[in-house]
Design a protein around this ligand. Structure first.
Ligand code: AP5
Length: 211
C-alpha cells in the first residue's frame, strides 16, 4: 500500500501517519523528520535545507526529489509506505509519478486532511517534539506523562519553525504551493478528504475505514 498524507502544517499528518504505520507495518516517511536529522548531522542536504526550514519556506524541489527518490526505493519501502510531507509542489508530484512508473507501481490513495487556520495555529504552537524518537505531543491535547519528557526518555523541545510568525509564513506557502495538489490528485481520482477537526482517535477510525 502506498499512501500520501497531504494537508496544511499542523493538521495532524504526522500524528496519524505514526499510528497508521504501526498498525499496518508500513514505513512512515516524513520529509520534515528526514530534513531535521540531516540538519543535525550537518550533511550536505542538511546544510542546503537549514535556512529554508527555519524561515518557513520550502526546500528546493531538486534537493527533496533526490532525497525521496533514494528513500522510497530503499529495501524497507519495497511493499509500501506512507509519505508524510511529500509531495508539496506540482513538480514534486510529477517527479513522484515518474519514479513510481519506472518501478511499475502506483499510489493507492492520497488522504487530504482539512482544518481551519485558527485551529492549525493552536495545534502547532502547542506542539512539543522528541528529538530522539520523533514522537509528537501537545501541551494541552496530548501532554506527556512527565512534563517535558518523552516516553522514550528524550527531552521534548519546540521546533524553531513552530513560532507564530514562521507558522504564518508556512500557511501562506502551503496555500500557494501545496494546495494545488488537491485538484491535481482529485483529477487522478485518488484523493480522499478527511475532516481533521475531530479527535485523534476518531480520525484514525475514519482512516481505518478507507483501507
Ligand atoms: P514538516 O515537518 O513536514 O512540517 P509540516 O508539513 O508543516 O507539518 P507539521 O509537522 O507541522 O504538522 P503535521 O500535520 O504533521 O501535524 P502533527 O501531527 O505534528 O516540514 C517542515 C519543513 O520542512 C517545511 O516547512 C519545509 O521547509 C521542509 N519540507 C518538508 N517537506 C518538504 C517538501 N516536500 N518540499 C520542500 N520542503 C519541505 O500535529 C500538530 C500538533 O497537533 C501536535 O502537537 C499534535 O499533538 C496535535 N494534534 C494532532 N492531531 C490532533 C487532533 N486530532 N486534535 C488535537 N490535537 C492534535
Amino acid at each position: 500500500m502506498r499512501f500520501v498524507f497531504l494537508g496544511p502544517p499542523g493538521v495532524g499528518k504526522g500524528t496519524q501517519a505514526a499510528r497508521f504505520s504501526e498498525r499496518h507495518k508500513l514505513p512512515h516517511i516524513a520529509t520534515g523528520d528526514l530534513l531535521r536529522v540531516a540538519i543535525k548531522e550537518e550533511t550536505s542536504v542538511g546544510l542546503k535545507a537549514k535556512s529554508f526550514i527555519e524561515n518557513g519556506r520550502l526546500v528546493p524541489d531538486e534537493v527533496i526529489i533526490a532525497l525521496m527518490e533514494d528513500r522510497i526505493q530503499a529495501p524497507d519501502a519495497k511493499s509500501g509506505y506512507i509519505l508524510d510531507g511529500f509531495p508539496r509542489t506540482i513538480a514534486q508530484a510529477k517527479a513522484l509519478s515518474e519514479i513510481l512508473t519506472r518501478n511499475g507501481v502506483a499510489l493507492d490513495c492520497v488522504v487530504y486532511f482539512s482544518l481551519d487556520d485558527e485551529t492549525l495555529m493552536e495545534r502547532i504552537v502547542g506542539r512539543r517534539t522528541c528529538p530522539d524518537c520523533h514522537a509528537i505531543y501537545h501541551v494541552s491535547y496530548h501532554p506527556p506523562e512527565k512534563e517535558g519528557l518523552c516516553h522514550c526518555g528524550g527531552i521534548l523541545f519546540q521546533r524553531k519553525d513552530d513560532v507564530p510568525e514562521t507558522v504564518a509564513e508556512r500557511l501562506a506557502v502551503y496555500k500557494n504551493e501545496t494546495s494545488p495538489l488537491i485538484t491535481y490528485y482529485k483529477n487522478e481520482n485518488i484523493l480522499t478528504e478527511i475532516n481533521a477537526d475531530q479527535s485523534v482517535d476518531r480520525i484514525a477510525e475514519n482512516l481505518q475505514k478507507m483501507v
